[in-house]
Design a protein around this ligand. Structure first.
Ligand SMILES: Nc1ncnc2c1ncn2[C@@H]1O[C@H](COP(=O)(O)OP(=O)(O)OP(=O)(O)O)[C@@H](O)[C@H]1O
Ligand SMILES: [Mg+2]
Length: 259
């Protein structure tokens, strides 16, 4: 089973003008794959994730997930959106349990699952803290535990570690790879960061500037399991980063010219 993106395009109407956000995009994401989306700001990465999540209708084309056409909220995915979506009035554990509560999972089963997830992201000691009492990295961990709690087969992650400092970003990448290796989930991971895409993914899909289209697809042939702390010192890692930079450079520089 897989996610098929078939000629998906998106136009927005904004202030009476039509904005072509995404040109027709076609790709297949195999079950269990780790795919990164890389592209300049505004090229439609979040738009495409929203369409795959079934939260936004496409203007053309369709998404087929595990054989079913996505036509409303896609229950096969867990979605970590670009903005932190933790509820400030709920503790860490109550945030982790939100999806389970909405699904009507019985309290005792939900409690066991919440414990398991807090252990997985190493936050057992912070279960009764509110988001404002947690560090940025801890909040990201709570958000990750929240989407993992209802055990979706696919994780959509939109620049989940973008705002973190360099070291913490590595720690979170390490934890995500560990979880991915242990659970066999499919991951679609949006990032601006070439090194992050190469360190994590099996395949990197490069998007051009708006309207976004797939400008290159690169398979990342670094061996698994990967050590995110050390993989970047390998010559092959540097080579792949250079190749991806060459694919991105024209759009990145064009964007700078326009600013
Ligand atoms: N609801 C909307 N109405 C009108 N235009 C929109 C809407 N959402 C996004 N856009 C436009 O569509 C384009 C793609 O936006 P999108 O958020 O998908 O980009 P992105 O690749 O995720 O960017 P970033 O890397 O900055 O998050 C942008 O030009 C944006 O201004
Ligand atoms: Mg975005």
């Amino acid at each position: 089973m897989a996610i098929l993106v078939e000629g998906v395009a998106k136009r927005y109407i904004s202030r009476g003008r039509e904005v072509e956000a995404l040109a027709p995009v076609t790709m297949t994401i195999e079950d269990g794959a780790f795919v990164a989306f890389l592209g300049p700001s505004g090229c439609g990465k979040s738009t495409l994730l929203n369409i795959i999540a079934g939260l936004l209708p496409a203007s053309a084309g369709r998404v087929v997930h595990d054989g079913a056409v996505v036509s409303g909220p896609n229950r096969r995915v867990g979605y970590m959106t670009q903005v932190d979506s933790l509820l400030p009035w709920r503790t860490a554990e109550a945030n982790v349990g939100l999806g389970l509560e909405l699904q009507g999972v019985p309290k005792d089963r939900a409690a066991a699952r919440i414990d398991e997830m807090l252990r997985l992201v190493k936050l057992e000691g912070f279960r009764r803290h509110f988001p404002a009492e947690l560090s940025g990295g801890m909040r990201k961990r709570v958000a990750l535990a929240q989407v993992l709690a209802y055990d979706p087969g696919t994780l959509l992650m939109d620049e989940p570690f973008g705002a973190l400092d360099a070291q913490l970003k590595l720690v979170m990448q390490h934890e995500l790879l560990r979880i991915w290796e242990n659970t066999g989930k499919t991951v679609i991971f949006v990032t601006h960061d070439i090194a992050e895409a190469v360190a994590l993914a099996d395949r990197v899909v490069v998007f051009s500037a708006r309207p976004g289209r797939v400008s290159a697809v690169h398979e990342i042939d670094l061996p698994r399991p990967r050590d995110v702390f050390r993989v970047r010192f390998q010559p092959r890692f540097q080579e792949l980063c250079e190749t991806l930079w060459a694919a991105l450079e024209p759009d990145m520089l064009r964007q700078e010219d326009a600013a």
